[in-house]
Design a protein around this ligand. Structure first.
Ligand code: HEC
Length: 116
């Protein structure tokens, strides 16, 4: 419960000042995080995605964005603060990372499904 509040509070404050709901704010961040949208590699709801198939030395290879909607917040946070293979470095603030995490959890629950 604590952790939910911890995540929601700053987002709702942010959202209030710009007249959008927390879900709208975090959804737009997921799609346009000052860089390539997360959904392009991780899917609309962070369910993971096959981005490309290619051949390397006659071997079929896949470029896959792993699912990111079932990991805990610490793992999520850490992943966004280290260099990842195949993923751009974003330099997001802590609040933005929380918003992204919030978005994926809400999507998974099915709430805010109407937010595009
Ligand atoms: C160009 C494709 C691409 C984009 C865009 C992208 N990612 Fe990733 N992401 C990856 C790949 C590939 C990995 C796996 C990296 C590895 O295994 O080292 C990954 C890993 C992750 C992980 C770690 C998953 C785990 O199981 O530990 C998280 C969290 C994550 N991405 C979140 C995001 C978020 C949030 C965004 C948007 C701000 C984003 N990614 C944008 C390709 C991408």
């Amino acid at each position: 419960m604590w952790s939910v509040l911890f995540i929601l509070l700053p987002i709702s404050l942010l959202a209030k000042s710009s007249f959008i709901t927390p879900m709208e704010y975090s959804s737009s961040l997921y799609k346009n995080p000052r860089g390539i949208g997360c959904y392009k590699c991780h899917g609309e709801a962070g369910e993971g995605k096959l981005v490309a198939k290619y051949e390397h030395k006659k071997e079929q290879k896949f470029f896959i964005g792993p699912p990111i909607n079932s990991i805990d917040f610490n793992q999520f946070y850490r992943a966004l603060n280290v260099r990842k293979n195949g993923m751009p470095r974003y330099f997001l603030t802590e609040g933005e990372i929380k918003a992204l995490y919030f978005y994926l959890q809400e999507k998974k629950k099915g709430s805010g499904a109407n937010v595009k």
